[in-house]
Design a protein. Structure first.
Length: 321
């Protein structure tokens, strides 16, 4: 073997693991209200498995409807609970409409919801727990979709779609269906009475990707014992996405406690901050987002809209963070 061929072979050997690693990452792309920022209504994330399966989590109000080109191919839609800022009661007319502090969410998605409209347009499965699947199945049917695409996965069970395992886990939050989503006379009567339809407990999710990465999606929740015993001890996620907005969910310090003491992932993505958290892509001093970052013992990744982050099987960000 010549010196040249020796070094060529050594170079190829060195490059193979890097190539394999690059192809074995889970991509996470926030679809927020303003490109490059983390804004008030930002909830939506798209997870892409190394095999190409794409999962939309809580479409909310910042995905500009089913025609939003940022969506691309969607195979699965997840809905943690039925509140309008997660299921999608209204949305931007186009991506980046309005501003970070005053988003333009003037387009109504009622009574279908953005989640249902997206599932119909893309042919995606809607995977939910509690009593949500039957309601969403009917919505799919009325919107011209396939009611069988609404799939149930209750606590302790798991669905595998496109090579990704999906299960629900408990969340401490309300889960009422407003009259706006019910529509017609029944919906009007509900609104007049000030009541909502009960959809069972709100949920979070645990996702198991084909590269081995396990991700905890908190949904909207307070602190629960299940975050330690079920999520942390049993599922052992390497990456978490947690709400930090306070009042309606855990605040920044409570969320930091969940991450540091209960779930103990290797990294976390902040979500549901209910604030203008960044300016020019940088976290603003004094925000809840900054408080959460300072109080958390693992790397905190801020979901800047449109900026894709890539994670390896151990929850380490390999690019985009």
């Amino acid at each position: 073997m010549t010196i040249r061929s020796f070094f060529s072979t050594a170079l190829l050997v060195a490059l193979v693991p890097l190539s394999v690693q690059a192809q074995n990452l889970v991509k996470v792309t926030p679809l927020g209200g303003q490109a490059g920022e983390f804004c008030r209504f930002d909830r939506a994330l798209v997870f892409e498995d190394p095999n190409g399966t794409r999962i939309l989590y809580d479409a909310g109000r910042t995905v500009a409807g089913a025609d939003d080109l940022r969506l691309g191919k969607i195979d699965v839609v997840l809905v943690s609970h039925m509140h309008g800022d997660h299921l999608g009661d209204r949305h931007n007319p186009v991506p980046n409409a309005g501003s970070c502090d005053k988003p333009d969410i003037s387009v109504s998605a009622l009574p279908n919801s953005s989640s249902v409209n997206i599932a119909v347009k893309t042919g995606a499965k809607i995977v939910t727990g509690s009593e949500m699947p039957s309601f969403l199945a009917n919505k799919l049917k009325l919107a011209g979709g396939d009611e069988k695409n609404s799939m149930l996965v209750r606590f302790g069970g798991m669905q595998t779609i496109g090579g990704v395992g999906i299960t629900t886990v408990p969340a401490a939050h309300s889960n009422g269906i407003s009259g706006d989503f019910v529509g017609q006379r029944l919906g009007e009567l509900m609104k007049e009475a000030g009541v909502t339809a009960e959809a069972g407990p709100a949920t979070g999710y645990v996702l198991k990707f084909s590269n081995g990465l396990v991700v905890y999606l908190s949904g909207d929740t307070g602190i629960t014992s299940e975050q330690k015993d079920v999520v942390g001890k049993y599922y052992k996620p390497q990456l978490a996405v947690i709400n930090i907005g306070d009042t309606f969910t855990t605040g920044p310090r409570e969320a930091a406690y969940v991450i540091n003491e209960l779930v103990e992932p290797k990294a976390v993505i902040a979500s549901h901050a209910n604030e203008v958290a960044t300016q020019n892509g940088k976290v603003i001093a004094g925000t809840k987002t900054e408080q959460f970052i300072k109080a958390t013992n693992v790397p905190v990744h801020v979901p800047l809209s449109g900026k894709t982050m890539s994670f390896d099987s151990k929850g380490k960000c390999a690019a985009g963070c």
